[in-house]
Ligand binder design. Sequence first.
Ligand code: AMP
Ligand code: MG
Length: 367
Amino acid sequence: MINKIFRMTVSIAIMIAVALVIRHFSTSGNSNGQREGYTISLRTIESADPNQPQLQSGFGGSRLVMGTFANITAVAEDDETIKASIEAAFDKLVEIDEMMSDYKADSELLVVNRHAFAGPVEVSDELFEVLKASVYYSGKTQGAFDITVGPVVELWRRTAKDGKKPGEEELAEARARVGYEKLILDEENKTVHFAVEGMKLDLGAIAKGYAIDRAIEEMKKAGAAGGLVDVGGDICCFGVSPKFNNIWRVGLEDPSGESSYLLVLTLSDAAIATSGDYRRFVVVGDKRYSHIIDPATTASAIGLTSVTVIAATAIDADALATSVSVMGRVKGLGLIESIDNTEAIVIPADEKLEFVKTSGADAYIRK
Ligand code: AMP
Ligand code: MG
């Protein structure tokens, strides 16, 4: 028994360690290694090619956004461009968070949740875009991905506070208010309407990815030649990296500590997102429940400890990583195999902590 508890404690500790170590380390060469605060540290890149303009890279420090830490790196010809692109990217992250946060009472999302049953609510282009993308992913995953899962998520969040599992009856009642087919979007008027009273949208599985893509767009507009936006381990990178090539390295550290990284991924103009039951969960008795819900059953997703998806955009990677967590290894990896230029690396929830990958994933793994 003691042995079992010990093993469980160790594996939870390992899973938390995995969550904490998914970090991009392409910025680790910053001259003063600054990772805190609001200063931007700069580093000049020595180009092997004399015909290339001399570029510099800058790291914008870690800032708290969307309930987690965001890190932004920019590569450009001068400090002004670096600073402008990093600030523009952070501003965009904050702006999207204000719209889509589940925790800010006056966010556009929560206004929708309060009023969209009474009648159609007009929303910003940004929110509409995310709602449309969400419905697209619901269709693609046969409902495994569903932002209307809010009422069920709310019950499981209560469990995090009182330690009691939601009852069958209240789960069934909440389930009646879930279903993407009950979400009525009017493209022309950009309105959202709920077909059923008490519906609640939750963008926790997709807003971060969308915000990252928008932040990258801002960096390009501000003139950066390359950049990386990391929000809590979900990452998108583009263009020239601080090593003056187009390769950005993203590391998944070995939780056993035997080697420095379990995997090093090399990305060029690509995004990555990780979902998993190790990231956020609730514990009842000796059982851990994921914060990701299977909308079909209202149960918390089981089977995969960690799901990492590589895709062209962060919104795709984010939505798909959550989807695969719900769909499980066979169906989930099958879905990813069917999508071009998209790969997945998952860790099944057994104690071996071994990776299972889609067929093209190896191309991103540094040998
Ligand atoms: P992620 O960390 O991107 O996998 O997102 C997980 C968050 O998305 C949860 O904390 C919930 O807020 C929300 N969520 C849970 N289950 C689902 C689901 N099946 N589809 C969409 N969003 C979900
Ligand atoms: Mg997600």
